[in-house]
Design a protein around this ligand. Structure first.
Ligand SMILES: C[S@@+](CC[C@H](N)C(=O)[O-])C[C@H]1O[C@@H](n2cnc3c(N)ncnc32)[C@H](O)[C@@H]1O
Length: 272
């Protein structure tokens, strides 16, 4: 298990340049936005829980939920992180909302939204908003191409790390039942390979009820954006009446300068 999850991180670093710095920037922003360590975190499309584990290293007392459609990846999460809640749900419709639970301080989606088609991503922002408490933070890290990529293509070494990882897993006889379950669960799911510029995400999230949009990290074609869930007038009024402390609103860190560094990014072939 440990080796598969370690190798998963190597694979993901290959496709998502600057991944560690990107996550660190997101978690630091969440601390700053809340003025304390967030307590409830949802990792959407959290895969084998390697991000959840990194979050727990920084926030050991956090309650984390990992939601994913893939039973194999969820099993890896559950085995290694038994205290993390795992939820199997498909983001393809709004039905993922009910099992996801909430409200959360932070909702995180790393390399996940590009699996969904544009219309679903639009709706997904509005749905993610429903899972956040007022003032909660949404962190989205994915391919966000502002212009046709000028970065050189990934070196063709003849090995696709994603396929190699799954082939390695399939070589383990104990995984056979889960892999069969996976084949059924993922039948009919198509990866949209959606990629939109930062401004598209900014506008879409604003329409969905978020404000204080910040680009926390950029590298090659990848960005991490933070969105704060806006308060409704009603929520603000209720908070004024009862809980003044809820109105305190620490600021988000300033946007980091954008830059094209290193090789090309992007999970070229996403295969849910
Ligand atoms: C490239 S992986 C990223 C995993 C994890 N966020 C990370 O960064 O290591 C994309 C994840 O999204 C999940 N996913 C893709 N389509 C999904 C869907 N329709 N519903 C739920 N999860 C989905 C996949 O199963 C996979 O775990």
């Amino acid at each position: 298990m440990a080796r598969w999850r370690r190798d998963w991180e190597s694979v993901m670093r290959h496709y998502q340049p600057g991944r560690d710095e990107l996550l660190a920037a997101g978690l630091a922003a969440a601390e700053k936005a809340h003025g304390r360590r967030p307590e409830r975190v949802l990792d959407v499309g959290g895969g084998p829980g390697t991000t959840a584990e990194a979050v727990l290293r920084r926030w050991p007392d956090a309650h984390i939920t990992v939601l994913d459609v893939d039973p194999v990846l969820l099993a890896l999460t559950a085995t290694v992180l038994p205290h993390v809640r795992t939820v199997r749900a498909d983001l393809g419709t709004a039905q993922w909302l009910a099992p996801a639970g909430g409200p959360y301080d932070v909702v995180l989606a790393l390399m996940t939204v590009h699996y969904l088609p544009e219309d679903r991503v639009r709706d997904w922002y509005a749905e993610a908003r429903q899972l956040l408490r007022p003032g909660g933070l949404l962190l989205v890290g994915d391919v966000m191409r502002d212009a046709p990529s000028t970065a050189p293509p990934l070196a063709d070494t003849g090995v696709d790390p994603w396929t190699a990882w799954w082939t390695m897993l399939a070589g383990e006889p104990a995984m056979a039942p889960l892999l069969r379950e996976r084949a059924t669960a993922l039948a009919g799911l198509v990866c949209a390979e959606f990629a939109a510029p930062v401004d598209w995400h900014r506008e879409t999230a604003w329409r969905a009820g978020f404000s204080d949009v910040t680009v926390l990290h950029r590298r090659a074609d990848h960005a991490l954006m933070a969105f704060r869930r806006r308060w409704t007038a009603d929520e603000r009024q209720r908070a004024r009446r009862g809980h003044r402390h809820l109105l305190r609103r620490p600021s988000l860190p300033r946007t980091t300068p954008s830059g094209r560094v290193g090789g090309s990014g992007g999970l070229r072939r996403c295969r849910p």
